[in-house]
Ligand binder design. Structure first.
Ligand SMILES: Nc1ncnc2c1ncn2[C@@H]1O[C@H](COP(=O)(O)OP(=O)(O)OP(=O)(O)O)[C@@H](O)[C@H]1O
Ligand SMILES: [Mg+2]
Length: 433
């Protein structure tokens, strides 16, 4: 029916209608140029409105977007382009599912990968009078950018992981070669210290043996001389003098030989062998208490103090005798050297665990020592008390017991007037071999 089909319209009404129509056209025209695709279906699910953009978004079925077209037909046309997710559905099942979904939109934004590879943002709403308004926005660019970022991130992560892996391998190799070098060093250090020990013992024994040899040869010549005088007549006085000289000589030979024997004994004690280990299981606190009790008589006479801290129930399986010897030697050194002119010194042992190891930190607050002494402390026969009871084997024995018998490591620290600190780390369970 045309607008002016024989009816006399009041002029103003015609004007108003014209204006309204123009307005609708204008609106529709502008909707066509909007970026989102828009479609509106009436309560009977027939297409009421569709902008140009919507048709462009679905070119394969765009011709079906005609006013009045039932949604069921449009849904059916989409069956050819259905996704893998719904591949197993028959055409009727597919159409029924789409219609059901269309009639009750979730109302939330959904991102959807279209069959042609574009990404759409879908937004469907039901109006209060039962119409369905749908918006479609092409978000391919944003989505691709997002995927690219993800891809880059994944690539960067993989690169990082590869680098970490590479570094770890490198570090492992470095550690391996360090271990090997350390092992070699330990071996050569053992040989070197054995060499020093042999040189030391040879040097030390030389003096008493030389003395003994000297005295023995003088006795020899004295005996010869005596025999010569005996042939020309022996006086009682000469006999007594000869006997007394012989006695003194014999004493000198005996003392010098005894000193040699002692040194050989020290040498034997110092040359600790791994095979001589005696392993046993014990609680560290018990062992520490034993040492404390043994020390009581000595400490009673002086006013020095010995303390220790140890975790209760710390179980060890190692050579208890060796450990006791190490601690005793350290304590003896504090008593003899550190507290030489100190009346109330403190000795302390702190026991901690570090992974499978026991860390034993021995400290005294005594005189300490010069760097030159500290550097030689483990050398066999190095002593600052030569001729005053020191043989210089105490710390050498400590070193050997810790590194060989107990299978650990030792470090010392000291400075004049700053006391002495010795850190020992040994496995709580000695490796059996
Ligand atoms: N706690 C300490 N404080 C100060 N000096 C020390 C301490 N422990 C060791 N020394 C120094 O290190 C030197 C070497 O010690 P080491 O125990 O090997 O031999 P020693 O005590 O002299 O003799 P030995 O232990 O054989 O009787 C000592 O002579 C002493 O000078
Ligand atoms: Mg000593």
């Amino acid at each position: 029916m045309a607008l002016n089909d024989g009816i006399e319209w009041p002029k103003e009404l015609g004007q108003t209608l014209w204006t309204e129509l123009e307005y609708v056209r204008l609106l529709q025209g502008s909707l066509d140029y909007l970026q989102p695709g828009i479609s509106i279906y009436d309560p009977q699910d027939r297409l009421l409105f569709c902008n140009q953009r919507m048709r462009e978004m679905y070119p394969e079925v765009g011709h079906l977007f005609q006013i009045g077209m039932p949604y069921a037909l449009i849904a059916r046309a989409f069956y050819r382009y259905r996704h893998d997710r719904v591949k197993q559905l028959t055409e009727d099942e597919y159409v029924a599912a789409r219609i059901a979904h269309h009639a009750n939109p979730s109302g939330v934004d959904e991102e959807y990968l279209n069959h042609d590879g574009t990404w759409l943002l879908i937004w469907d709403r039901k109006t209060p009078n039962g119409c369905i308004i749908g918006f479609r926005l092409d978000i391919t660019e944003r989505k691709n950018a997002e995927l690219k970022v993800l891809h880059v991130e994944k690539g960067a992560k993989q690169e990082l992981e590869a680098k970490v892996e590479e570094r770890t391998t490198e570090l492992k190799q470095a550690l391996e070669s360090l271990r090997a070098t350390q092992e070699k060093l330990v071996q050569s250090e053992k040989l070197a210290s054995m060499g020093r020990l042999v040189a030391g013992i040879a040097h030390e024994i030389n003096t008493p043996l030389g003395n003994a040899q000297l005295v023995a040869s003088s006795i020899q010549s004295r005996v010869r001389a005596f025999r010569a005088t005996g042939q020309s007549g022996l006086t009682r006085k000469a006999l007594e003098q000869f006997l007394s000289e012989l006695e003194t000589g014999a004493d000198l030979v005996y003392n010098n030989l005894m000193r040699s024997v002692e040194l050989v004994q020290d040498f034997k004690d110092a040359a600790v062998q791994r095979g001589m280990r005696k392993l046993s299981s014990f609680l560290l606190e018990g062992q520490m208490h034993r040492i404390e009790v043994l020390l009581q008589p000595v400490l009673k006479r002086q006013s020095h103090r010995f303390t220790y801290t140890v975790t209760e129930g710390l179980a060890m399986h190692t050579d208890a005798g060796a450990l006791e010897q190490v601690i005793t030697n350290l304590i003896n050194n504090s008593l003899i050297h550190a507290f030489e002119d100190i009346s109330a010194g403190q000795m302390h042992i702190e026991c901690r665990t570090h992974f499978q190891n026991l860390v034993l930190i021995y400290t005294d607050d005594g005189n300490g020592m010069e760097a030159a002494i500290l550097a030689k402390i483990f050398d066999p026969f190095f002593t600052t008390k030569l001729g005053k009871g020191g043989s210089g084997l105490g710390m050498f024995v400590v070193y050997n017991l810790v590194t060989t018998t107990l299978g650990g490591s030792i470090a010392v620290d000291s400075a004049p007037g700053k006391g002495f600190k010795c850190t020992i780390e040994i496995p709580m369970t000695a490796a059996s071999e």
